[in-house]
Ligand binder design. Structure first.
Ligand code: AMP
Length: 483
């Protein structure tokens, strides 16, 4: 089946083409025809199945033929992030149409949202709490509403929004088309669906991709040097309470861990250079909540199984698509809702493309508000190998010098033992030509720690917990406030 077969408006087909969608996904092929007929829908569909376009395209098609100036479609979503994403998808699909939309969610000013109501944008995407806040004001009228979408209904249930949804229903016309989407159908959701829908077309989809059920995958484009800062920002914003983070190399794992500790995030790492005891301690500490972040390389990660893990962060794009599937498979187990965030620097776009090909879909791109993408990086995460070797050599030279100085001191004959005339004796510091006198500090920075000398964990690090860190027990993927 092609999008042309779905008899969508030509201007929508142009938008679809520009997005690079060649064929409808299964949910789109099943949902769009009955939705275009005006029927209610009850669809079991996960994030990543293409569900947004499945409900958005019939809505946009319908709105093209009716007078504008009043809001005619409302989409309810559980989180701000999802609402923003749905609006962005709507704008992409509607790019060749006059239709417009607005997102209504908390954490931002009411003013522009009030304006959206007053000007009668065609589509509103809202989280329930903030929408109810607006409904208290006389300007917030949705009496011309034709279509209501409930997206990720089961997640709304998990987050305690069912009463809010019922309240929203009191503010909108009962005569309308309702499109109901949920990844799972627990009894309260089935009851709500029965209340809201009239002889719906039901669409029950099998898993659409190899990715685990419940995973929300997102791409965070970011310059390579700002990845650490972006990760810290997401932790500090409370976007994730804890995370299993994958880096491409052991060195990057070490450096990221140091950076986090320095910034008050409790973290540890596991990779091939760590002893089994260290790895076990790191994993244990992560499981019991002592560490908020566990940084790992792929190989070390094979055996990790953390119950209810909420977030996996691909700090680097995996080189092989299979590793991506494997990594994100650690979250979203057994119906737990997890998130898989992947940081993508420009030079990693190729690998990302390969992953999206295997998944059979393009993953949503996310920009973090208030994060300074143009900031000067604090330092490089990856020190080039040549530089690292030079640092190690300097470090070793320092050790040697210290040993020689100690030996000279023990012999108590440092000045006398220095051969006259500055001969190259063992009691001279390398290359200095100066005799080492008792207790003298060797030149050349002996004893100093090499800059960027990965391995060691800063002592006493990780004292403070981030304010969003949550308390003792490991409870993953806590609810985000949608207000
Ligand atoms: P969703 O399940 O709506 O969150 O969609 C997941 C991803 O699939 C989004 O990045 C969409 O842009 C992408 N997508 C949606 N429909 C298609 C399609 N027909 N072909 C390829 N990618 C699609």
């Amino acid at each position: 089946m092609s999008f042309g077969d779905l008899k969508l408006h030509a201007n929508l087909l142009a938008g679809i083409r520009e997005l690079g969608f060649t064929r409808p996904t299964a949910i789109q092929a099943d949902a769009i025809p009955p939705a275009l007929e005006g029927r209610d829908l009850l669809a079991c569909a996960q994030t990543g199945s293409g569900k947004t376009a499945a409900f958005m395209l019939p809505i946009l098609h319908r709105l093209m033929d009716t007078p504008r100036g009043k809001t005619r479609a409302l989409i309810l979503a559980p989180t701000r992030e999802l609402a923003a994403q749905i609006l962005a998808d709507m704008q992409d699909l509607a790019v060749h149409t006059p239709l417009n939309g607005a997102a209504i969610f908390g954490g931002v000013g009411m003013g522009p949202q009030e304006h959206a109501f007053r000007s009668g944008v065609d589509v509103i995407v809202a989280t329930p709490g903030r929408l109810l806040d607006h409904f208290r004001a006389p300007y917030a009228k949705l009496d011309a509403l034709e279509v209501l979408v409930l997206d990720e209904a089961d997640r709304m249930l998990d987050m305690g929004f069912l009463p809010d949804i019922r309240r929203v229903l009191r503010h909108i016309p009962t005569k309308r088309q309702t499109l109901f989407f949920s990844a799972t159908m627990p009894p309260p959701i089935a009851t709500l669906a029965r209340e809201m829908l009239r002889s719906p077309a039901t669409i029950n989809l099998e898993r659409q991709s190899a990715a685990a059920v419940g995973i929300t995958q997102a791409i965070y484009p970011v310059p390579q040097e700002l990845k650490s800062a972006l990760f810290l920002a997401l932790l500090n914003r409370g976007d994730m309470r804890e995370a299993l983070v994958f880096t491409r190399t052991k060195h990057r794992a070490n450096r990221l861990c140091e950076y986090l500790l320095k910034n008050g995030i409790e973290a540890d790492r596991i990779h091939g250079n760590r002893s089994q005891t260290q790895r076990t301690a790191a994993l244990e500490g992560f499981k019991n909540g002592r560490f908020r972040v566990l940084v790992a390389t792929d190989i070390a990660a094979r055996g990790i199984d953390v119950e209810e893990l909420g977030h996996v962060v691909n700090f680097d794009v995996p080189l092989v698509p299979a590793d991506y599937i494997h990594r994100i498979g650690r979250t979203g187990r057994a119906d737990a809702v997890g998130d898989a965030f992947t940081f993508v620097a420009r030079e990693e776009e190729g690998e990302l493309g390969a992953i999206e090909k295997v998944l059979g879909k393009r993953l949503p791109r996310v920009t973090v508000p208030d994060f300074d993408y143009a900031a000067r990086p604090e330092g490089r995460l990856e020190i080039p190998l040549g530089e690292r070797l030079a640092t190690m050599r300097a470090h070793k030279a320092g050790d040697r010098n210290r040993a020689q100085a100690n030996q000279a001191r023990r012999q108590g004959s440092a000045p006398a033992s220095a051969p006259a005339g500055g001969a190259r004796g063992s009691s001279r510091t390398a290359g200095s030509g100066r005799p080492v006198s008792g207790g003298g500090r060797p030149p050349g920075g002996g004893g100093g720690r090499p800059a960027g000398g990965g391995g060691g964990r800063p002592s006493g690090g990780g004292g403070g917990r981030s304010p969003s860190g949550g308390g003792g027990g490991r409870r993953f993927g806590g609810p985000r406030s949608p207000r």
